[in-house]
Ligand binder design. Structure first.
Ligand code: ZN
Length: 211
């Protein structure tokens, strides 16, 4: 999309009043009833604790697709609230989380989309839970979208893809925020980068788990 087309798309998106990705009801991008229908799950075999607000299917899949690919950043609020409630539940159970760190996108991807979808989610989660946000990591290699790749390619694709300032997360318990977790390769690699920056513990939260 060129700049003019993007501005036109943004203008059009801004004029569309919120309507639910699940049931089309007006008033929200993903209504409370559709949010309640999401079943939170622990995502196994990632190598760090990962929780997702639901399976990448149905209304959640539609909502994420609209959020990521159809230029509807307004969805960050409702999707971020889903993730925030997962973190809030863990905090209520006594989990320690000092900072929220979004899984970083490559700047080129952010430019193409016009917004940074994981940063917007993480901002929402931070404001809902009062845990400070720290954009401590950055993506140092442009990645092919994981969705285009098979499993072994996905693992190679993310190796060494993230970096941060040494010591910037020293001694902290970090909660990573991402949109969709698939194989977990991206989260594992991001967690590794967080530990290199001094993080003591890393857990992660995602909107959806794509099995
Ligand atoms: Zn709905």
């Amino acid at each position: 999309m060129n700049d003019l087309a993007r501005i036109v798309a943004w203008g059009a998106a801004a004029l569309v009043p919120p309507h639910c990705a699940g049931c089309d009801a007006p008033g929200a991008w993903l209504c409370l009833a559709c949010r309640d229908a999401c079943d939170a799950e622990d995502v196994p075999r990632i190598g760090l604790p990962v929780r997702a607000a639901g399976t990448y299917a149905g209304p959640l899949r539609t909502a994420i697709h609209r959020y990521k690919y159809r230029g509807e950043p307004g969805l960050a609020a409702e999707l971020g609230d889903l993730v925030a409630s997962l973190l809030a539940a863990d905090l209520a159970r006594g989990a320690r989380v000092d900072v929220i760190v979004p899984v970083p996108l490559h700047p080129r991807r952010v430019r193409e989309r016009g917004y940074d979808q994981t940063a917007l989610l993480a901002e929402r989660v931070a404001s809902r839970t009062d845990v400070p946000l720290r954009t401590a990591l950055r993506r140092v290699r442009h990645l092919r979208p994981q969705i285009e790749l098979d499993r072994p390619e996905r693992l190679r694709n993310v190796s060494g893809a993230f970096a941060g300032v040494s010591g910037s997360l020293r001694g902290t318990a970090v909660a990573l925020v991402d949109d969709v977790v698939t194989t977990g390769a991206t989260l594992r690699e991001t967690a590794r980068a967080a530990r290199r920056c001094g993080a003591r513990r890393v857990r992660a939260y995602a909107v959806a788990h794509d099995e």
